[in-house]
Design a protein around this ligand. Structure first.
Ligand code: THU
Length: 131
């Protein structure tokens, strides 16, 4: 990913983070996922009064992309006020479609603070199916 592509992805994650539905945690998260086509798909966390039904921003972005017809991805940017890494459940869902995904974590309070990792680094030895 070029610096320009990374910046574009980060901006898309920061922009969508503002639309998070996080009335219970007050912890908005925005995700921007780059498809193999180059298109960007955005997601936010969508919480629920039954807390366990919450969807993370990363999985919402995957759903938007798959619904739009894209199933291969190169990178994702995740924006939150502490620059969190994707949760374990999201890592497994991302691995389904993009085992070589580049992950960029950005702190929305200090947007120059960027950390990068690969999915292989964040989810080694993952479950790859029953066969
Ligand atoms: N959350 C995400 O959207 N993505 C992550 O990678 C970590 C956590 C959301 C879930 C919940 O709405 C809030 O952050 C606090 O856990």
């Amino acid at each position: 990913m070029t610096d320009a592509e990374q910046n574009e992805l980060i901006q898309a994650a920061l922009e969508v983070q503002k639309r998070a539905y996080c009335v219970y945690s007050n912890f908005p998260v925005g995700a921007a996922l780059r498809g193999a086509s180059g298109r960007i798909y955005q997601g936010v966390n969508v919480e629920n009064a039954s807390y366990g039904l919450t969807n993370c921003a990363e999985r919402v972005a995957i759903g938007a992309a798959v619904a739009a017809g894209e199933k291969e991805f190169t990178a994702i940017a995740v924006a939150s006020r502490t620059g969190v890494t994707p949760c374990g459940a999201c890592r497994q869902v991302l691995a389904e479609f993009a085992p070589k995904l580049e992950i960029v974590m950005v702190d929305s309070l200090k947007p120059t603070e960027i950390h990068r990792a690969t999915l292989d680094q964040l989810l080694p030895g993952r479950f790859e199916g029953p066969v």
